[in-house]
Design a protein around this ligand. Structure first.
Ligand code: GTP
Ligand code: MG
Length: 264
């Protein structure tokens, strides 16, 4: 049986409000205004995921989908040094992909599924999830299309998290959070209705939303979603706040961004 692992953020306070870190077999979302540390967290967790479990890691490889061109291998090296691990080996354990557009972003998941089937990956980072979709579907009339493609993407993510025991960390910006709010209520509803396997209404709703046959109800039910709002605090401080998590209370933690990544 697959066991859920928790990956540390680099900050003990931040970890504690998450109950130890971001979970595998689950999708987590961090969102917030610019420069609050979403990309720095993405870098930090990409290093920590490779560490042994005793050190807050998951002893696994990492996949990183970058839609904004803000991934910096040099930062990975600096963070690796903080943890006393080899910078080059750490960089090599990160499968990096620059998503060029939303179609490509979707396709990348298929490529990654094949990679993940080897069982070595424990973390998938997407920084940020909406960027390509925003550009590709900018017209008002295209909102429904965008929603459908986004749904498809999220379904696939949920499936991968569950199937390969991977922690999915996705970054979104605050502007799109209302849209995600809608999507998540929708997904939560689907997860709940899909648990009742005999409900024909749920299946047809699911099939309609995804444009394909409904997948097993266990997938979304297990891929619970944790959302964390990041914001600037006093001075160099940043604040993380849990939002509507299924298993964590809504608490806040203060963290800072250092050369070695996210820290207390
Ligand atoms: P957007 O992508 O613009 O929405 O922002 P973000 O939330 O991804 O912010 P990001 O993670 O890029 O954090 C930016 C902050 O990290 C800035 O305040 C930088 O000063 C800080 N930062 C970036 N690199 C370093 C570094 O090498 N050392 C330190 N100490 N801070 C850094
Ligand atoms: Mg960023």
């Amino acid at each position: 049986r697959k066991r859920v692992v928790r990956i540390s953020t680099g900050s003990k306070q931040f970890d504690s409000i998450l109950g130890g870190g971001f979970q595998s077999m689950s999708i987590s979302e961090v969102f917030g205004e610019f420069r609050c540390g979403k990309t720095q967290l993405s870098h930090t967790i990409s290093v920590i995921a490779q560490l042994p479990v005793e050190l807050g890691g998951a002893n696994g490889k990492v996949a990183y989908i970058d839609t904004e061109g803000t991934f910096r291998p040099e930062r990975i090296a600096q963070i690796a040094e903080r943890y006393g691990v080899d910078p080059e080996a750490t960089q090599e354990n990160i499968a990096y992909a620059r998503a060029l557009n939303s179609e490509h972003q979707l396709e990348l998941l298929n490529t990654l599924s094949r990679e993940f089937s080897g069982g070595a990956f424990r973390l998938l980072v997407i920084d940020s999830i909406m960027n390509c979709f925003r550009v590709d579907y900018c017209g008002r009339g295209e909102l429904a299309d965008r929603q459908q493609k986004l749904n498809q993407f999220l379904m696939k993510l949920a499936h991968m998290a569950e199937e390969f025991n991977v922690c999915v960390l996705m970054v979104s910006i605050i502007l799109s959070s209302f849209l995600f709010g809608m999507l998540y209520s929708y997904l939560t509803l689907l997860a709940q209705t899909n648990q009742v396997q005999s409900d024909p209404g749920a299946s047809s709703l699911f099939a309609g939303a995804d444009g394909r046959k409904p997948v097993g109800g266990h997938v979304l039910a297990h891929a619970s979603t944790t959302r964390v709002l990041l914001r600037k605090g006093r001075g160099e401080e940043r604040v993380a706040k849990i939002q509507d998590s299924p298993d964590c209370p809504e608490r806040e933690a203060i963290y800072i961004i250092t050369n070695g990544g996210i820290n207390d």
